[in-house]
Design a protein around this ligand. Structure first.
Ligand code: ASP
Length: 324
């Protein structure tokens, strides 16, 4: 209970979101070594960026942020950061979130013109009483805290969008979404101390309706960490992942004793049960548990994730439910 003075103080200065959660020191008997997994082949570069920090003894939180930043800066990536595809009106709006072993989390949605949404998400997590900022408010926050700005779409991406707009003129009048590409990066890391963190960053569905948010910035859908169990991230059609609170579902299945791969598989099966039309509906999950075991599963073939450990730097094709 708050005293009168405490109550007034809490109104004047709201607690930080992370003052509310269990805090360090962190104790665990984990001795499986640091490990990082990230979605898709661009995950390898991201893992390498994160790994540098893990090697220096930095936390899994810093590693996943560094990995996500690597992909956000990749001008050749059409689904994350500066190289991302725009919405149907030509605006590149970015979504990202981050979560640590203490259940601290931060998120931004529909953020335009900022180079590293994942770092804005982390800043929100560490410096405000909130979890999520979107749109103009998120932009204002990022500018206020001097986050690097970028000009999007890149000229070549703009050209592609203009071409698409011409070809799709008839469709573009209707509020329909068609998906051209989606390849978010989701990252999970466990550090030497056994602390698990995750991050997720994307430009979302190419040519989406303005204002659309997918699963990626939504804690529980695109990403979820619970240090009692492990963590999971998702990629694929965000609308379907949100419908089953995908990443949270994976973590809860692991809580019931399922391996990361089995938990991802059962989550994919649940997603399939909830959708009549699965044509082209690719979704995938990757997961890690507190023992450092990892796994993934996708709806269709063709999904892979990158794994980095002290001795390994590999791409792993996940098992899947069906073939294209
Ligand atoms: N999940 C992302 C979204 O729906 C896209 C992706 O994973 O490619 O925005």
């Amino acid at each position: 209970k708050l005293s009168a003075v405490g109550l007034v103080a809490s109104i004047v200065k709201p607690a930080l979101a992370n003052e509310d959660t269990i805090s360090d020191p962190f104790f665990s008997d984990y001795n499986g070594g640091a490990k990082m997994i990230s979605t898709w082949s661009h995950g390898q570069e991201a893992n390498r960026a994160g790994w540098k920090l893990l090697e220096e003894g930095k936390s899994s939180l810093e590693a996943v942020e560094a990995g996500a930043r690597q992909t956000e800066s990749d001008v050749t990536n059409r689904s994350v950061g500066i190289g991302g595809m725009p919405d149907r009106e030509g605006h590149v709006t970015l979504d990202a979130c981050i979560m640590d072993w203490n259940s601290n989390c931060g998120s931004v949605g529909c953020l335009e013109g900022i180079a590293h949404p994942v770092s804005v998400a982390k800043h929100i997590m560490q410096n405000t009483p909130h979890v999520m900022l979107v749109g103009a408010g998120a932009k204002k926050y990022a500018l206020k805290h001097q986050f690097e700005t970028i000009k999007t779409p890149l000229p070549e991406v703009k050209k592609e969008w203009e071409k698409w707009k011409k070809e799709q003129a008839a469709i573009a009048k209707k509020p329909e979404i068609n998906h051209e590409n989606h390849d978010t990066i989701g990252l999970l890391a466990i550090d030497e101390a056994g602390r698990i963190s995750g991050a997720c960053t994307t430009s979302g569905w190419a040519y989406k309706l303005p204002g659309r948010l997918g699963d990626s910035p939504i804690i529980g859908s695109g990403l979820f960490i619970d240090q009692e169990v492990g963590g999971a991230v998702a990629t694929g059609l965000g609308e379907s992942i949100i419908r089953i609170a995908g990443s949270h579902t994976v973590v809860e299945l692991m809580r019931q004793g399922k391996s990361p791969e089995q938990a991802c598989k059962e989550t994919v099966e649940r997603l399939i049960r909830k959708h009549k039309d699965m044509s082209g509906l690719q979704c995938a999950f990757i997961a890690i548990n507190t023992k450092g075991e990892v796994g993934g599963f996708s709806v269709f073939n063709g999904f892979n994730y990158a794994l980095k450990t002290k001795d390994q730097d590999v791409l792993i094709d996940t098992p899947f439910d069906r073939k294209w």
